[in-house]
Write a new protein. Structure first.
Length: 581
């Protein structure tokens, strides 16, 4: 290995470790890795930001704007109405939500498909008096399966297509992914509908049995009534299902042992409890929630929203959001599924999957949720705009036709579609920029030069040579299986985009050195990178459903491992036939 190759491998390994630690934003890590490569001379300065002009990045931006605009016009409201009102049995709910999720995610971002369907799924299960855990995981998995079926189903497919274009001057077309991806998606959905959901622990729970999914961290101000009923922390914890993490008195944290902590009027308790317990404490015992509104019993509504991985507030503290000043609402509680937080509520650093409870006027909360890029856990009131909805769907359909027929590239097709939506006033210029997922685009644009450097420095070919030495006399099928397993093993630790950018140049070199056509290997990487069924951190959708579904880390592999095996088996049967290795 020469210096450039050693340095590039070191940069990639450090970036992978930083992303896997979940302590840093993906986009920040990607930019730092790119800058390090530029400083060391691995990536030329004039090529450092070529990713921002890459067709895959432009296409992703266009698809995100279009699909979010379609949702905003209310064009999909009839679908939501049918799903929430006309299917009552558990089996029919799972079947229709999974099938719809898979179809939608074939043509829109899979996070967008989940964001559209999750509030409807929560409402449907609540109406039946059932816990949503049996439905949300199959729905999330179905959106991932649907993303395997088309070029625009997931950013990873677009990156794979661009890498193929760089290598052989011909990208994958819109439906080149469909012959294998559609069979996998159908088989996966059938499995989830008939068998998979039965493997989820806690699927028989009712709404009142939350498996700790409904425990929120908040602060309560102690009033005179509270002291009359509970004079100390032990008395309160013995009487109600409440965990007291600390008491703040005159802006100072008390550090006395719990059995000696006595309440005083005006104390601020840092507590963890379910929402109904918090309501009881406020309504019956006179405790007050933080913020300007304070109690739960007046006309103000409480709405829950989850922090997605692409939200602009990820990494922020609650006190920096200033909800009372900006929207005249309060953030009164937070639920965290990953790392426990026992400090002050205002100091909590927001992470993907955190659930926030907003309180105030519903229209103001809707505005705040939209401005902050959160996903509401209740159906939002979307004003149906029939003319705009018709224009949006028609423009998107034309864009898909242009891209699929080869009349125009996907990037040109979807940028033209966005322009037409602006001209027809389907979307305003202000909303257009709000609907672009900046972190996703920065991640893509920063990693593309790193992937190109793997090829141009010969690092990919060098690593491929090592893999061939390890594989020995393994035949094409074994090499294809190795490629698939590598992608499936890496993506739950990182994310599908990073997996594709790092792995695709290596497997292309592997195929060429073995004297094989690379298409099947590239498709194996694309499919493996979308097989994120084993952990809640492998894909943003799995992170988002963790809190609302009340899942534990181990619940994912119980349901997801059979799906992963099914995907692997079908892919290994079809890829050699469809792409002829």
């Amino acid at each position: 290995m020469n210096f450039d190759q050693l340095a590039l491998v070191a940069i990639i390994l450090i970036a992978i470790a930083a992303m896997a630690s979940d302590r840093f934003r993906y986009d920040l890590v990607a930019v730092l890795a790119l800058l390090a490569a530029v400083v060391l001379g691995i990536v030329p300065q004039d090529s450092a930001f070529m990713g921002f002009s890459n067709g895959a990045v432009v296409t992703v931006a266009g698809v995100l704007i279009i699909t979010r605009s379609i949702v905003a016009t209310g064009a999909l409201e009839p679908v939501s109405h049918i799903l929430s009102e006309r299917f009552e049995s558990r089996w029919s709910l799972i079947a229709v939500f999974c099938a719809t999720g898979a179809v939608l995610s074939a043509f829109m971002n899979n996070i967008g498909a989940l964001a559209l369907l999750m509030p409807v799924a929560l409402a449907a299960t609540a109406r039946r008096g059932e816990h949503p855990g049996y439905l949300l995981m199959p729905l999330s998995f179905s959106t991932l399966l649907g993303g395997m079926t088309t070029l625009i189903g997931t950013p990873a497919n677009l990156i794979i297509s661009q890498i193929r274009q760089t290598a052989v001057s011909q990208p994958f077309d819109m439906f080149d992914f469909t012959p294998v991806g559609s069979v996998i998606a159908v088989a996966g959905v059938v499995w989830l509908v008939f068998i998979g959901w039965r493997l989820i622990p806690g699927r028989h729970l009712t709404v009142g049995e939350q498996r700790d999914s409904g425990r929120f961290l908040t602060e309560l101000r102690v009033g005179a009534n509270g002291i009359a009923d509970f004079s100390s922390v032990p008395e309160l914890e013995a009487a109600l299902p409440v965990k007291v993490h600390g008491i703040v008195r005159e802006n100072r944290r008390l550090f006395a042992p719990k059995n000696r902590q006595l309440f005083e009027i005006g104390d601020l308790m840092i507590v963890e409890a379910e929402l109904d317990t918090l309501e009881l404490l406020c309504d019956r015992y006179g405790f007050r929630l933080p913020g300007q509104i304070g109690v739960l019993s007046d006309d103000a509504e409480m709405i829950e929203a989850v922090v997605p991985a692409d939200s602009i507030i990820q990494g922020s503290n609650l006190h920096t959001l200033e909800p009372a000043d900006r929207w005249q609402i309060d953030i009164v509680a937070m639920a965290r599924q990953s790392k426990r937080f026992e400090g002050r509520l205002a100091d909590a650093t927001l992470m993907p999957g955190d659930i926030l409870i907003f309180r105030g006027d519903p229209s103001r909360i809707d505005t705040a949720i939209s401005d902050l890029g959160l996903l509401p856990l209740a159906a939002r009131s979307i004003r149906l705009r029939p003319r705009a909805a018709l224009w949006a769907v028609a423009i998107f359909a034309v864009a898909i036709f242009l891209a699929a027929s080869g009349i125009a590239t996907p990037a040109v097709s979807f940028v033209a579609a966005v322009t037409m939506m602006l001209l027809t006033r389907v979307v305003s210029a202000r909303d257009l920029y709000r609907r672009v997922e900046g972190p996703v685009l920065v991640l893509l644009a920063a990693l593309i030069p790193i992937g190109e450097a793997l090829r141009s420095t010969g690092t990919a070919e060098l690593i491929a040579g090592y893999l061939l030495q390890l594989a020995g006399t393994a035949g094409p099928m074994w090499l294809l299986a190795l490629t698939m397993l590598l992608a499936m093993g890496i993506t739950p630790i990182l994310n599908n985009v990073t997996t594709v950018v790092v792995l695709a140049p290596i497997v292309m070199a592997l195929a060429y050195r073995a004297g094989l056509a690379p298409d099947a290997f590239l498709m194996a990487v694309a499919i493996g990178a979308s097989t994120d069924f084993l952990t809640p951190v492998g894909h943003h959708n799995n992170t988002i459903i963790m809190g609302p579904g009340g899942y534990r880390f181990s619940d994912y592999w119980r349901c997801g491992l059979p799906v992963s095996i099914l995907v692997f088996v079908i892919a290994m049967m079809l890829l050699p036939v469809v792409f002829r290795i």
